[in-house]
Write a protein that binds this ligand. Structure first.
Ligand SMILES: [Mn+2]
Length: 324
């Protein structure tokens, strides 16, 4: 560890006193959750108490899975009594990212997002880093704290997630932190968190998809009818695209009076985003990338073209439209 890291750690610790009650504020995602756990570990036995609080409603399945599997204790901001705390820390965000942060006088900011001119007695913002978890891993190492399996797995997952498995912004520091955490982390747990939980009530849509699926050339098309959450279309489209003879997986459902169509494509010549836009763009929003795309069409716009009450007719209609 360099002198620099040790010095920074010393200054971080100087921000706290033994009788402090610390509130860590996060906009919960894997990087924020892992970074908050790391701060809590750093402050263990150094302050009177540390509480983590999220300002967002956590609904993404992968975040919920991470919280469940790692048993992370985080309290929703509206249930927090501000008076019970005298030190406020933000990790993986900055005060002007959200108006709720503005309610607090922040003492410590540790982040990797672009600078917003934030001010606090202690600030460590490294915009070139792929994850805040990388910065906190350096703190742990400087403090000679060996991370528990739970903490290491959280940080490991956070770095993978924020750098999108090192294909997005990644620095040598992210890779070094990842390498270090690798030996302490539980990779099976990390994999489960990456996949996210499947809700039990989603299984009926899998049933439907298996029964109703149609294959035309390398396209697999399945319409699920009315769905309780469009995420299930994504889940099933991601599953079907793994089939060896399939290069297009097109899964749709009706949600909020809209026809939602999810595209998955493997291959190099064609472009899912362009196809979605070309065939469905005239009735709603449609677009995406080469391998993933999405269209959302208000049913109102297509009710004269297809019987929107008839799921089979909708599936046929989509099949005809995407036929190349
Ligand atoms: Mn982050």
């Amino acid at each position: 560890m360099t002198i620099y890291a040790t010095e920074r750690l010393r200054r971080f610790f100087q921000s706290f006193k033994h009788d402090d009650h610390v509130l860590i504020l996060i906009n919960a995602d894997p990087d924020a959750l892992a970074s908050a756990l790391a701060v809590k570990r750093l402050l263990w036995r150094k302050v009177a108490g540390v509480t983590i609080s999220h300002i967002n409603v956590i609904s993404r399945p992968d975040n919920l899975t991470m919280i469940r599997l790692l048993q992370i204790d985080s309290i929703y901001i509206e249930q927090i009594d501000k008076q019970a705390f005298n030190r406020f820390v933000i990790v993986d965000s900055q005060p002007n990212h959200h108006e709720i942060f503005g309610r607090f006088q922040i003492d410590v900011i540790i982040d990797h997002h672009p600078e917003t001119g934030a001010s606090a007695p202690f600030i460590d913002i490294r915009t070139h880093y792929g994850a805040t978890a990388t910065i906190l891993t350096e703190y742990l190492r400087a403090a000679r704290i060996k991370p528990s399996i739970r903490l290491a797995t959280a940080l490991f997952h956070a770095i993978k997630n924020d750098t999108d498995d090192f294909i997005r912004k990644t620095t040598i520091e992210d890779i070094q932190a990842f390498q270090y955490l690798y030996r302490f982390a539980n990779r099976h747990l990390a994999q489960r968190m990456e996949q996210g939980d499947i809700r039990y009530d989603f299984l009926k849509y899998f049933d439907q998809a298996f029964h109703n699926r149609r294959v035309q050339k390398e396209q697999l098309i399945a319409h699920l009818g009315s769905v309780i959450n469009p995420d299930v279309c994504v889940l099933i489209a991601d599953f079907f695209i793994r089939i060896d003879t399939i290069s297009w997986s097109i899964v749709s459902g009706i949600y909020d009076k809209k026809l939602i169509i999810i595209f998955r494509h493997t291959g190099f010549k064609k472009d899912a985003g362009k196809l979605a836009k070309r065939v469905f763009g005239q009735w709603g929003t449609a677009g995406g990338h080469k391998s993933i795309a999405r269209a959302e069409i208000p049913l109102e716009k297509i009710k004269d073209l297809v019987d929107i009450k008839d799921d089979k007719a909708i599936q046929r209609w989509i099949g005809q439209k995407v036929k190349s």
